[in-house]
Design a protein around this ligand. Structure first.
Ligand SMILES: *Cc1c(COP(=O)(O)O)cnc(C)c1O
Length: 419
C-alpha cells in the first residue's frame, strides 16, 4: 500500500499529501517511488524465466526523475521520438537497452538512434526501412532493425488506443512484412535482429495478446525457415491497470501467455510497458476553488484542468477522486470540473463523493501515466510541478514555472509594433 489514509489523511508512502500541497501549491503530481519499483519488479519476476528486457515506454511519463528511477532499477526504455531518446540517455539508460518505436521517425531522429547504436529500431514501413539503411550507410554504421508488424488483432480497448488492427496506421501489414525482411537482408547497412508488435493500451483481457503473440510465433517460424534469423521478439506494452473496478491481468498471467505462445522459440523477449509501470504510482492533487449549485447539478470546480490531465476529456477515462482529508460525511452527487474554457474540461460526471467545500484538497488517483506527459500550457497555465516520494522523503522533481519562465525564448518582432 503506497497510497492510503492514516487518521483520515491521505499519505503517499509515509508523507502526508496535505504537507506537500502546503509547500508546492496545487495542482501538482505526486509519485510513489515504491509503487513504481514494485510495478517494475513484478515484470522482472514474471519474466525471469526468459531472456527478457523491460523497456519502459517513456511516453507514459517522461519526467526525468521517473525515467531515472527506471534506469536505477535496471529497466530499459522504449522511445518514440528523438527527444525521448535524449531523455532516456540522460536518465542513464544504456543504448543497448533502448528500442525506438513510432510510425514517423525523421531522418534526424534515426541518425541519432543509429549513432548511439541502440538495441533496435522498430521500423514501420518500406520507406522507413530505406531511410534507416541510407542513414546508417552515410554514418558508416550498421543499424539494428526489427519490423513492427500489424497482426490485425482487436485489442478490445478504447478506439483511440487500439493500434493493432489493419485499419490503424501502425506497423507493416502482415503480408508485406515477409517481403520487407528479405529486402532488409539485402541492405548491408542493416542488421536485421527482431520483430515487434504493439496492439494497444489498457488491455484488460489476455486473449488479444495470445492471438497476436501466436501470430508472431508463426511469423518467426516462417521467417527462420526462409533464412531470416530473429533474435529479439518485442511484444510492445499495453497491460491495463485498475482505475475503477477493472481486473487487469497480472504480470504472471501475462508471462504465462508469453510462455505458451513464444516460449518454445527461445528468443530474447522485449516488453514495453508504460501505463502498468507508472499509472497507479501517481496522483494529481488539486484544490477545490468553488462549488456551484445549479437547478440540475452540483459542480465542484478544481484548480486542476484538462491541460493538466487530459485523459477524461480525450479517452472518456474514469479516475477515482478522493478527499485528501477524509471527514466521513455522507456523500453527495457532483460533477468535478476544471477551470478551462472548454465544456469537455470535466474530471467526473455525477460522481458520488464526500461533500467538497472550497479550499479542500482532492486526489485524482492513478494519474501517473499519460498525465504530466500529455499536459499542456493551454489557457497559459503552467504544467503542474511534480513531486516524488520514497519512504518518508520527498523531493520536488520538476518545479512549477513562473509566468516569466513560461515566456522564455519568445520574442516579438519589431514590425509587430509598427503602424
Ligand atoms: C504507447 C506504447 C507503449 C506503452 O503502452 P502502455 O499501454 O502504456 O503499456 C509501448 N509500445 C509502443 C510502441 C507504444 O506506442
Amino acid at each position: 500500500m503506497y497510497f492510503g489514509y492514516r487518521d483520515g489523511e491521505m499519505q503517499v508512502e509515509q508523507v502526508d499529501l496535505a504537507k506537500i500541497a502546503a509547500e508546492v501549491g496545487t495542482p501538482f503530481y505526486c509519485y510513489s517511488y515504491g509503487q513504481l519499483a514494485a510495478n517494475l519488479n513484478a515484470y522482472r519476476r514474471a519474466l525471469a524465466p526468459f531472456h527478457a528486457s523491460i523497456c519502459y515506454s517513456v511516453k507514459a511519463n517522461s519526467s526525468l526523475a521517473v525515467v531515472s528511477a527506471v534506469a536505477a532499477l535496471g529497466g530499459g526504455a522504449d522511445v518514440v521520438s528523438g527527444g525521448e531518446l535524449f531523455l532516456a540517455l540522460r536518465a542513464g539508460i544504456k543504448p543497448e537497452n533502448i528500442v525506438f518505436s513510432g510510425v514517423g521517425k525523421t531522418e534526424q531522429e534515426l541518425a541519432g538512434a543509429v549513432t548511439q547504436g541502440i538495441r533496435q529500431i522498430n521500423v514501420e514501413s518500406a520507406e522507413e526501412l530505406q531511410m534507416v539503411a541510407q542513414v546508417a550507410q552515410r554514418l558508416g554504421k550498421r543499424a539494428n532493425v526489427a519490423l513492427r508488424v500489424n497482426p490485425d488483432v482487436d485489442a478490445l480497448t478504447h478506439v483511440k488506443i487500439t493500434t493493432g488492427k489493419k485499419e490503424n496506421k501502425f506497423g507493416v501489414p502482415w503480408p508485406q512484412a515477409h517481403e520487407l525482411y528479405h529486402a532488409a537482408l539485402q541492405m548491408p547497412s542493416l542488421n536485421v535482429c527482431g520483430i515487434a508488435v504493439h496492439i494497444g493500451s489498457q488491455l484488460l483481457d489476455l486473449e488479444p495478446f495470445r492471438l497476436a503473440f501466436g501470430r508472431v510465433a508463426h511469423m518467426v517460424e516462417e521467417l527462420e525457415r526462409d533464412g531470416v534469423s530473429i533474435q529479439n521478439i518485442d511484444l510492445g506494452g499495453g497491460l491495463g491497470i485498475n482505475y475503477n473496478v477493472e481486473l487487469p491481468p497480472t504480470c504472471e498471467s501475462y508471462a504465462e501467455v508469453v510462455r505458451e505462445t513464444l516460449g518454445h522459440l527461445n528468443k530474447h523477449i522485449i516488453v514495453e510497458p508504460g501505463r502498468s509501470v507508472v499509472g497507479n504510482a501517481g496522483v494529481l492533487v488539486t484544490r477545490v476553488i468553488y462549488t456551484k449549485q445549479t437547478e440540475q447539478k452540483l459542480f465542484v470546480v478544481t484548480d486542476a484542468g484538462m491541460n493538466d490531465l487530459i485523459r477524461p476529456a480525450m479517452y472518456d477515462a474514469w479516475h477515482s477522486i478522493l478527499p485528501v482529508n477524509r471527514t466521513g460525511e455522507p456523500p453527495v452527487v457532483a460533477d468535478v470540473v476544471g477551470p478551462i474554457c472548454e465544456s469537455g474540461d470535466v474530471f467526473a460526471k455525477d460522481r458520488i463523493i464526500e461533500p467538497m467545500q472550497s479550499g479542500r484538497l482532492l486526489a485524482i488517483m492513478c494519474a501517473g501515466a499519460y498525465g504530466e506527459s500529455m499536459a499542456s500550457q493551454y489557457n497559459f497555465r503552467p504544467v503542474p510541478p511534480e513531486v516524488m516520494v520514497r519512504g518518508s522523503e520527498y523531493a520536488v522533481v520538476r518545479p512549477r514555472k513562473t509566468y516569466e519562465q513560461m515566456l522564455e525564448g519568445q520574442t516579438v518582432p519589431n514590425w509587430v509594433n509598427e503602424q
